[in-house]
Write a protein that binds this ligand. Structure first.
Ligand code: GDP
Ligand code: MN
Length: 386
């Protein structure tokens, strides 16, 4: 449904997983050129469907899903989609599949309900491209069933979902198998989201997963080395890919104030306080507890590589790290990168006096408190030309 935190994979990869769990999916082929799309369709009956493979939703509405009635049609659509950008993501891969003759579109999905602390099955008869709107405007059209992991998905829960969706008697068994498969995928693979939208009832009365979306919980990645093969760096923000290599936790945002912070909680608070004083953070960044000199340099390089950044705000709490060490790191990095933008620094904790001494007489602006520093950063950023 909406974008959840976690590691995203492509539809064709998600469908491979569903298939392993016994869920019917179209027999599609992933290709990267229009010629290969036509070749892949060679053994399929037309119409075939050609679909952009990108890590963002809403492809259908953006023109990234097309039915093709013959090879020429397919070639034309495939080239057009390969030239598209969907919500900023360039399309590099396509999925070519036999078209489905759709009778009904249903939504089924599994999410983790953090508030209730249970995996939650969601189902709606109003499946298809408008599900976001359904969730926002008519939430009563979405059934939510919480599942106790110790008990698993129970038959009565499946019956309740089937009744709610008005599943025809002929496909209730297949429907039960799909829900059970989806639940097992969600649990086995440590997903943060596993959804089929639409789950289609075909005109022949069969159930098939027409679209699939799976996100993995990144906190559980350590026990799934096999998920590494799904990685598609081209889909990720390039600076985020670099940050991952540097072992810095970085998320790009849209503001102008680059934030460099030690500790995830302080990093969140830093973004809040920047906003509080009327600024916009350019990123979330946590250099970790250690805050070694190399990490400081890497972090400063990554943050300032974003052309939107016109001011940097360091917010460091010297609990485990010594502030003078961090100040040395910042100074070295500042010189090495030959930066021209203002850098505001709030450094408190062990050896903070020494740190302030080191920064005196430089272009770096040391502040005593977090709010003073945030205010200063917002002020300097607003004053600079865009
Ligand atoms: P999304 O927009 O990214 O969610 O992409 P989907 O794969 O869900 O496709 C969007 C819509 O295109 C679906 O809800 C269907 O209405 C339609 N669609 C997708 N595949 C087919 C197909 O094989 N046959 C037909 N007739 N329609 C399809
Ligand atoms: Mn869809």
């Amino acid at each position: 449904m909406r974008e959840w935190l976690g590691v995203k994979i492509h539809e064709y990869q998600a469908k491979h997983i569903l298939k392993e769990y016994g869920i019917a999916v179209p027999e599609g082929v992933m290709v990267t050129s229009a010629e290969d799309a036509v070749r892949a369709a060679g053994s399929m009956h037309f119409p075939v469907v050609v679909k952009a493979q990108v890590h963002v939703g809403g492809r259908g509405k953006a023109g990234g899903v097309k039915l093709a009635h013959d090879a020429d049609d397919l070639k034309r659509h495939a080239s057009a989609i390969l030239g598209m950008k969907i919500k900023g993501s360039a399309v590099r891969r396509l999925l070519v599949e036999p078209g489905i003759a759709i009778q009904r579109e249903i939504y089924v999905g599994m999410v983790m309900d953090r508030a209730r602390r249970y995996p939650c099955l969601m189902a709606s008869a109003a499946g298809g491209v408008e599900i976001e709107q359904v969730a926002a405007e008519t939430p009563e059209k979405i059934l939510r069933i919480h599942i106790k992991p110790a008990l698993g998905l129970r038959a009565y829960q499946v019956r309740r979902a089937a009744g709610f969706l008005d599943i025809p008697a002929g496909v209730t068994k297949a429907f039960a198998a799909i829900l059970s498969g989806l639940y097992r995928v969600f649990m086995d693979k440590d997903c943060s989201l596993a959804e089929i939208n639409p789950l289609v009832i075909t005109v022949d009365g069969e159930l098939i997963a027409c679209d699939a979306k799976i996100n993995f919980d990144d906190n559980a990645l350590y026990r799934h080395p096999e998920h590494e093969e799904f990685r598609d760096d081209a889909e990720d923000e390039p600076l985020e890919v670099e940050a991952r290599r540097a072992r810095v936790s970085y998320v790009k945002l849209n503001g102008r104030i680059g934030c460099i912070v030690n500790g995830a909680g302080l990093a969140m608070a830093t973004m809040d306080i920047v906003k509080h004083f009327g600024g916009e953070p350019a990123n979330f960044l946590d250099i970790g507890g250690g805050a070694r000199a190399e990490q400081v340099t890497e972090a400063l390089r990554i943050v300032t590589a974003d052309p939107a950044v016109n001011t940097v705000f360091f917010n460091i709490f010297g609990g485990i790290v010594r502030c003078d060490r961090v100040a040395e790191g910042i100074l070295a990095a500042f010189r090495q990168l030959n930066l021209k933008i203002p850098i505001v620094i709030r450094l408190v904790g062990t050896n903070e006096d020494k740190a302030r001494e080191l920064l005196r007489g430089t272009n770096l602006i040391a502040c005593a408190t977090m709010s003073e520093a945030a205010k200063k950063a917002v002020e300097l950023s607003a004053r600079r030309p865009t």
